[in-house]
Design a protein around this ligand. Sequence first.
Ligand code: PGA
Ligand code: ZN
Length: 421
Amino acid sequence: MHVKGLQVLDSRGNPTVEALVITEGGGYGRAIAPAGASKGKLEAVDLRDGGKAYGGMGVSKAVESINKYIAPAILGMDSSDFREVDRKIIEVDGTPNKSRLGGNACVATSLAVIKAAADTAGIPLFEFLGGRRARTLPVPLMNVINGGAHAGNKLSIQEFMIVPAGADMFSDAIRIAVEVYKSLKSYLKERYGPSAINVGDEGGFAPPLELTRDALNALSEAIRRAGYTPGNEVLLAMDAAASHFYRGNQTYEIDGKKLSSAELIDYYAALVDEYPLVLLEDPFAEDDPEPFKELRAKLAGKVIIIGDDIIVTRRDLAEKYFAGGYIDGAIIKVNQVGTFTEAEDTIRYLLGSGGKAVISHRSGESEDTTIAHIVVAYETGLIKTGAPARGERTAKYNELLRIEDYLGSEAIFAGKKVFLR
Ligand code: PGA
Ligand code: ZN
């Protein structure tokens, strides 16, 4: 097995790392590292060049990590032993947060290796990882109104998602979501003017709204105008990414108001009563984990609570917060931990313990579609990969449509039951 790195661009126009793996068996795999804008403190760190070129965002050092350090270390290893390969990458890096080689170098290599292994075996990646029984297509959590760190508006909450879980099959869920997305577009334009349909980093609209309820009302109206009933075919979800509006000392600044953690619990509870919300991600800051527990207990049976910044795809943190009753599951972003094997370990722990694993993109993405295969392989039933618009987002939906087509009548759609605790 040989690996080679290359600097390419992500969807925000920032340089990122691509790895190409070629195996002795004639297979190849190519993978591109994504990049976050709303990161947890304990994430694997990306290696960036600094300096003038690309505003310091270049990744030639990370590319060098692959060519100079990773390539010789894994030369001759078999791609089907991808767990061994990941162990080797972790060993060569030798830091707790991949800061020597760069998380971007590690994740691109690690994902290229599993893709090359599947290609060498002559089967799709989801089948290589999940076996012949893997056939469940996920419910997409589609971020159609962008706020927080992803947009230039005043919305405190980062992501407002439509969840077409009432569809019969995945392709039907895509159709419903597109119809609602289009209806949202015309509603926002009519109500807030033409600039309201500019889009944010994940393909969702970034309208000049200020209040959480304004965004939730817009979604409910768009669902109705598309001919559906909120809470029936289409449910709602939010990623508060609350670390961004946390002001320390159990105080949050949301919707122009200062709320204590306890008041924020009540605020979320009121929203869950008013709107068909089924999933809340990062409702509190990573530095304020205690209220997760109370919110989860209070909203039992109504909504599932998902951790992103507090878990950063780490198995030890997933165990701590899931077993402790803080969360119902976690967001899985392979680049938060840096290797596929570490992310897989977290997925297996969560699913094996009755928890949820939401396979997720980053706000900085590319044409890479690996996450579409991971979500089907482990049948987690939940994916977050943005609005049904912009190539780097639709690439994942299109790959899932191909997988559904490949599975034919064997394909299953996760549907609403995935939200049961
Ligand atoms: P990102 O955040 O910008 O770091 O990808 C997305 C998220 O918070 O889920
Ligand atoms: Zn998040």
